[in-house]
Design a protein. Structure first.
Length: 176
């Protein structure tokens, strides 16, 4: 029977001649076939997996394995990104379903605006921002890290560093 005679949709696996010869040679060696294995995976260093679905696995007397089957490359980072996108889409749908409607929506927007306006009021410490702080004894890189992490002015970063004796973590936590 040739390839042209096989009807479409039928599940026929064609074994190459070289593979058939290799199997016959391995069977002559007295290998034991393991039948309960449904999938074999090999993990590579760059987060890719070689997966063999429905493999034929043989065990040698030395304890090593010989595996026959079609290997497919799976990329874990790609799979992770797809899962995150699906999860994000599901959360957006869930948020759209649970969103307040009509008058509740207008009331919630007004409440959010009131909260935001209360949070945006300047504190009395902002008045000290105009005076330049003395940065002697402090490293410039520490000051810039605090400024970037907390979105504050240079003077506030210097003041926080001085209050915490040059401890960057505590300075950031106090400004957050």
């Amino acid at each position: 029977m040739s390839i042209e005679e096989i009807p479409e949709g039928s599940e026929v696996t064609i074994i190459p001649k070289a593979e058939k010869k290799a199997r016959e040679a391995l069977l002559k060696l007295g290998l034991k076939q393991l039948k309960d294995i449904s999938r074999v995976t090999f993990r590579r260093k760059n987060n890719t997996i070689l997966a063999i679905e429905k493999p034929e696995v043989y065990k040698t007397s030395g304890g090593s394995y010989i595996i026959f089957g079609e290997a497919q490359v799976e990329d874990l980072t790609k799979r992770y990104q797809e899962a995150m996108a699906a999860q994000q889409a599901a959360s957006e749908v869930n948020d759209a379903i649970n969103a307040p409607k009509g008058d509740d929506l207008a009331a919630s927007i007004q409440d959010d605006l009131k909260k935001a306006s209360l949070e945006d009021k300047p504190e009395s410490a902002d008045a000290d921002d105009d005076e330049p702080q003395d940065a002697t004894g402090l490293e410039e890189s520490d000051i810039t890290v605090i400024m970037e992490q907390t979105n504050t002015s240079r003077n506030k970063a210097i003041k926080a560093l001085k209050e915490h004796d040059g401890d960057i973590v505590n300075a950031i936590m106090s400004l957050s």
